[in-house]
Design a binder for this molecule. Structure first.
Ligand code: FE2
Length: 322
């Protein structure tokens, strides 16, 4: 973080929750199949012009964006992995207020975008992970987004292009579909895990500039779970252990109950999906696999998901649990 961004106590946004994770994948068509048939997230819409598919079971218009490494959004020689994580705020008024305060304090954003269903700000965190903060501006996203969707995105200048909306337009207790035939029957994407080279700096960035709140751990611990105002997770940060690469470690996906994990473990074998690691902990049970590009997916069910249960866990176990 730059000096200006590191002013103590600066908190520009108050995210509700992690809204989605956008991944770079080596083939967006293949990824769309994998994420529907194996993970259990339905394709809501695809954008052939961007070479991207968007999958969700109703939590929001996409829990995951699957962007092809050959998309115009990708860098030259883009490798599969994280494109960005995105945090949802209450409304556009809050988004624009936070943006103006941040810009006034010298914070620079990578871009601002009009996605028609949402207005978004993008920024790189101090370790190069891209972060989006957005507000939904259309309530009925199923009408706005389905099937094949192609549209040139207009310019959006926060607070200038339009009068910011004060309505809360995010999905409120939406019905969550399941894909009955899928291996995992995912319900929703709830968090990402990042391995930090400079843990304190990343902790400050996400708790101050982005405005997440610690649920587990703190600035001095080996790991932490940061949450939004309506969630008990969102982003887990880990001090980098030797031999573990910096950057995104996993995407966290909630399933309904433990019988779903047991069922998935059986079906995985039938479908040739390898178990990377399973963690049985009083606070949470997780099953980790790798997607076709080696991106780690952590399926989980919370047990006693309570901070008191989550102290002093070995870092190597915490990486697969939180
Ligand atoms: Fe996004």
């Amino acid at each position: 973080m730059g000096q200006i961004e590191k002013q103590a106590g600066v908190r520009f946004f108050q995210p509700r929750r992690l809204g989605h994770v956008n991944l770079f994948v080596s083939s967006y068509e293949r990824a769309a199949e994998f994420y529907q048939d194996i993970v259990g997230l339905e394709e809501v819409y695809r954008q052939p012009d961007n070479r991207a598919s968007f999958v969700s079971n109703g939590n929001t218009y996409h829990d995951l964006g699957l962007t092809d490494v050959s998309s115009h959004y990708a860098q030259k020689n883009q490798q599969p992995g994280l494109n960005h994580i995105a945090f949802e705020v209450e409304n556009e008024v809050d988004l624009v207020k936070g943006y103006n305060q941040a810009v006034g304090a010298g914070v620079k954003f990578m871009s601002t975008q009009d996605h028609d269903v949402a207005h978004s700000l993008y920024k790189l965190d101090p370790e190069g992970n891209a972060v989006e903060v957005y507000a939904d501006v259309v309530e009925d996203w199923r009408t706005a987004r389905h099937g094949v969707f192609e549209k040139v995105k207009p310019e959006w200048i926060p607070g200038v292009t339009n009068e910011p909306l004060s309505e809360r337009l995010y999905p409120n207790n939406p019905p969550i579909h399941v894909v009955p035939s899928s291996v995992f029957r995912a319900r929703r994407v709830t968090h990402a895990g990042f391995v930090a080279d400079d843990y304190e700096n990343l902790y400050d960035y996400y708790t101050e500039l982005i405005g997440l709140t610690p649920y587990v751990g703190d600035r001095g611990s080996e790991y932490c779970v940061l949450r939004g105002t309506v969630s008990t997770e969102g982003l887990s940060l880990f001090r980098r252990p030797a031999g573990t690469p910096q950057g995104m470690h996993h995407v966290g996906i909630e399933v309904k109950d433990e019988s779903e994990l047991d069922r998935a473990l059986k079906k995985m074998a039938e479908n040739g999906i390898a178990l990377e690691r399973e963690v049985n902990h009083p606070a949470r049970r997780t099953v980790c696999i790798l997607d076709p590009d080696g991106i780690r997916l952590q399926f989980y069910v919370n047990r006693q998901w309570d901070p008191s249960q989550l102290k002093g866990i070995d870092l190597q176990e915490a990486l697969y649990l939180l």
